[in-house]
Design a protein around this ligand. Structure first.
Ligand SMILES: NC(=O)C1=CN([C@@H]2O[C@H](COP(=O)(O)OP(=O)(O)OC[C@H]3O[C@@H](n4cnc5c(N)ncnc54)[C@H](OP(=O)(O)O)[C@@H]3O)[C@@H](O)[C@H]2O)C=CC1
Ligand SMILES: CC(C)(CO)C(=O)C(=O)O
Length: 348
């Protein structure tokens, strides 16, 4: 069975490396700079001290991508680009997609699979979701910094694709499971990712952010809006962070002295970890905020619900993307900006 990982960044590189280490046949589509960086191979490690050296990685060249449609059709295509890059990647996929190719959309947030399903209406397109964090401590070294599974969606009419694949891929470096409730799982992960925007604006590591009650109160506000939308949609959130989704906002808003005592597991996170939106903003890239906080706003509006804190955060991130809002914003200033917009933060 041939796997192609399209978009060898943090998640794509880690998945490709771990699957190669498991003995699967994996090729990658990567930017020239990434190909150069990985010319001597790839090193994987994780927070539990598992490690693997992948001495050789196989790339598919731009020229091969330009070959006739289906000429390099694979069995499983893992689309691991950011939400914002999915649409432009679609034009480069035809050589890799045959009638039996199963395509996995491995993005955070909601909606990245829509354009893929439209482009390949006759293929099986499934969602996959990564709960853990991946960072690159040095060039060619990818590190899984937190717990959590790679989840693969079990489709009602062909659940065995996901079940068999999860068994084949599962390894200590890449714990993998399949599930029949992907939509609820995506919302549960989205709940956690609402904090990405706060992390990007705070401009500090995730651990430091979680140790500050003001940031936690902002995150709790964003999460409560998501819970209102989930309730209206009848979505019961599964626990992806050792706690049922509905309890997370209550828990994280606790005073520091209680949170630090009972929240050890939540803050037992590598002190260097930063949310992916922080990396995007730092690199001057367009962020995924429209697929995260923006998705809550949209889904809420469709039901007549207002999600004003998430809406405000979306506006702030877009202002930061345009260079019109300086980062390093304190939790207090963020809270003030929600309450009557009376904060010292100002931007067009
Ligand atoms: N990083 C993490 O810890 C986690 C990330 N996620 C989610 O996983 C998804 C992927 O994130 P992540 O791996 O961090 O993102 P990255 O930006 O690290 O990786 C995406 C890679 O795809 C490349 N790419 C984009 N378009 C193309 C193209 N047309 N051809 C070739 N390469 C392309 C990008 O290059 P370039 O930048 O040059 O465009 C980049 O190298 C996101 O939705 C993210 O939210 C989920 C859980 C954790
Ligand atoms: C795992 C988590 C929440 C980590 O920061 C993430 O999904 C991200 O950075 O986008």
């Amino acid at each position: 069975m041939q796997h192609v990982v399209f978009g060898a960044g943090l998640i794509g590189g880690y998945l490709a490396g771990a699957m190669t280490d498991k003995g699967l046949d994996v090729s990658m589509v990567a930017r020239p700079a990434v190909q150069e960086k990985l010319a001597d191979g790839l090193r994987l490690t994780d927070y539990q001290d598992h490690a693997a050296e992948i001495n050789q990685v196989t790339f598919i060249s731009d020229k091969q991508l330009g070959d006739a449609p289906q000429s390099r059709a694979c069995d499983f295509l893992w689309l691991t680009v950011k939400c914002t890059a999915v649409e432009s990647a679609l034009d480069e996929l035809p050589a890799l997609v045959g009638p039996n190719t199963v395509i996995f959309c491995v993005q955070n947030g909601l909606g990245s699979d829509k354009a893929v399903k439209e482009k390949f209406p006759h293929n099986t397109v499934m969602r996959a979701m990564v709960v853990f964090n991946v960072a690159e401590p040095s060039a060619g070294h990818l590190h899984r910094g937190s717990e959590g599974y790679l989840w693969i969606e079990e489709l009602a009419d062909c659940p065995d694709i996901a079940r068999d694949l999860a068994t084949n891929i599962n390894s200590p470096l890449l714990p993998t499971r399949s599930c029949d409730h992907m939509q609820a799982l995506l919302w549960a992960k989205l709940q956690l990712n609402l904090a990405n925007a706060v992390n990007a604006l705070a401009d500090i590591p995730v651990k430091e952010m979680l140790e500050d009650r003001d940031y936690r109160r902002v995150i709790a506000m964003l999460m409560r809006e998501l819970l209102v939308v989930c309730k209206a949609k009848n979505i019961e959130l599964p626990a992806v962070a050792n706690l049922p989704g509905r309890l997370i906002p209550i828990f994280i808003a606790l005073p520091d002295f209680v949170f630090k005592r009972v929240g050890q597991k939540m803050i037992a996170i590598d002190p260097t970890v930063r949310a992916s939106m922080w990396w995007d903003l730092s690199a001057g890239k367009t962020t995924e905020v429209d697929y995260l906080n923006g998705a809550v706003v949209r889904e809420g509006e469709a039901l007549g619900l207002q999600s004003s804190a998430n809406k405000r955060l979306v506006e702030m991130i877009h202002a930061a993307e345009r260079g019109q809002l300086a980062r390093g914003i304190s939790g207090k200033d963020l809270i003030a900006s929600f309450v009557g917009h009376s904060s010292p933060l100002s931007y067009p």
